[in-house]
Ligand binder design. Structure first.
Ligand code: DQQ
Length: 465
């Protein structure tokens, strides 16, 4: 492992000031004080606070030396950084990195179950009531290898849950040459685990197999599995995206009935919790879309998405909306009857209802970021900085296009009609108002309503402290 470089106090203050003044760094999305983050890990609601952990590299704005960063929030909006929860233990099974995992409360004690690497094994840590000091189980790992005889394409990212008869964990894996899977285990105490069977498996895409097991769907990362609205939901991260299935969970097997994509954009490794009111809230890792050198020069990389509330829709698909708590960040509201030439600022929430009318395409151009709905192909697409993203969205006749767009520094999150999400990045050269124009093809869409709010920052210094 690379030795951590300690900064002198003036150098640290200068680095913090630079990050706090970086207008491309978000103001109301969660992110670490500096350096690299990727997957959300082990989100859990406990004793009146939301706890969010995340893959974190304290040594710079690049992937490596994985730790678990930690923050907590009372209101789901404002976050307080807490000490790093887990670091690699020299000589231990996680010496080469503390990879993704999840959290549970066992007999009143907070616990984390996560992957240690080289080789990939599953480990356990427990903490005090405040979740501040984590102790690793001395006899780690608690699951030392994939099931005997399996040619596994990987073995990581445990997702833990409680059922009436004990603890269960689904571990991201894959059958070499066949496809991704989530392997199901059971335990009474989080320490002793028995392998049961694959919870559910898929097939790989042979055309992508040269790009590696994850890109080809031969290996599933970061499974998440939970009940929702009388059904069960499984999602996994693979082939560069987060795929979900909704279905029945019976006799320790999952039977999918419908499928979809959580987000068509640069959004990966989502992870969720059930809060005190039983809501299912999910966060995903918003990836950078600039070069590694640019990330290192900026001193930070990776952002957590806004918390999204998942619901089950009548047609069996997932409903996805930003958590209503975010409305508390809305500043002055501006309503428009006609499209203005510019949006007032670049840390905004925009709510726009467009009726496509006879147009086959309708949408908005926000300073070069194009969001459009294609009525003929039933498709939502987003174009930004020469990246094109698209996914299925079918609006029945009479349903207008309802967009909620969150702009925050270089981050853009787009929610369409409560059921399609696209996350993008746009690195503008300078802050300021954003030009707006209508996108139309084959007819004239009608603007039914438009409201914008300047969003309040969640910290005075872009979360650098
Ligand atoms: N990121 C973690 C792994 C996981 C991957 C390592 C997904 O545990 O499979 O940082 O982004």
């Amino acid at each position: 492992m690379r030795r951590r470089e300690f900064l002198t106090l003036p150098a640290l203050a200068a680095a913090q000031n630079k990050l706090a003044a970086d207008f491309q760094r978000p103001q109301y999305h969660f992110l670490p004080p500096a350096n690299w983050m990727n997957d959300p890990n082990g989100p859990i609601w406990w004793k009146g606070r939301y706890h969010l952990f995340y893959q974190y590299n304290p040594n710079g704005a690049f992937w490596g030396t994985m730790h678990w960063g930690h923050a907590s929030s009372e209101d789901l909006v404002h976050w307080k950084h807490l000490p790093v929860a887990l670091a690699p233990t020299p000589g231990g099974p996680d010496k080469d990195g503390v990879f993704t995992g999840s959290a549970a409360i066992h007999d009143g004690v907070p616990a984390l179950i996560y992957t240690g690497v080289h080789p990939e094994v599953q480990c356990l840590a427990t903490s005090d009531d405040q979740m501040l000091v984590w102790k690793k189980y001395p006899a780690n790992p608690v699951i030392a290898a994939p099931p005997p005889g399996m040619q596994a394409a990987g073995f990581r990212d445990p997702c833990v849950w409680r059922e009436d008869d004990g603890w269960y964990v689904a571990i991201g894996s894959g059958y070499k040459g066949v496809g991704g899977t989530a392997l199901l285990y059971r335990s009474d105490d989080l320490v002793h685990w028995s392998y049961l069977r694959p919870l559910f498996s898929g097939t790989l895409n042979p055309e992508a197999s040269k790009k590696g097991p994850v890109a080809a769907g031969e290996m599933w990362e970061c499974p998440d599995f939970f009940p929702l609205g009388g059904k069960h939901v499984l999602y996994v991260s693979t082939e560069g995206t987060a795929k979900y299935w909704v279905g029945r969970y019976e006799k320790q097997q999952f039977h999918p009935e419908s499928t979809g994509i959580l987000d068509f954009g640069g959004y990966y490794a989502p992870k969720s919790l059930a809060d005190a009111g039983g809501r299912r809230i999910v966060w995903g890792w918003i990836q950078e879309q600039r070069s590694v050198d640019a990330q290192k020069a900026a001193g930070w990389s990776g952002v957590m998405s806004l918390p999204r509330v998942l619901t089950l829709r009548r047609d069996g698909s997932l409903g996805m909306e930003p958590a209503p708590e975010l409305a508390k960040l809305r500043g002055q509201s501006r309503r428009y009857t006609k499209l203005p030439a510019q949006a007032p600022g670049d840390n905004l929430e925009i709510a726009c209802r467009l009726n496509p009318g006879s147009a086959h395409e309708a949408g908005l151009n926000l300073g070069g970021l194009e969001v459009r709905y294609d009525r003929v192909f039933r498709r939502l697409s987003v174009l930004a900085e020469n990246r094109a993203r698209e996914g299925h969205l079918a609006l029945p006749p009479g349903e207008p296009l309802d967009l909620r767009i969150f702009l925050d520094g270089s981050v853009v999150e787009i929610y369409a009609n409560g059921r399609a999400c696209v996350t993008e990045r746009i690195y503008r050269p300078r802050p300021g108002n954003i030009d707006i124009s209508l996108i139309a093809a084959g007819g004239r869409p009608r603007l039914e309503s438009l409201e914008m709010w300047e969003m309040q920052p969640i910290s005075p210094d872009r979360l650098t402290t």
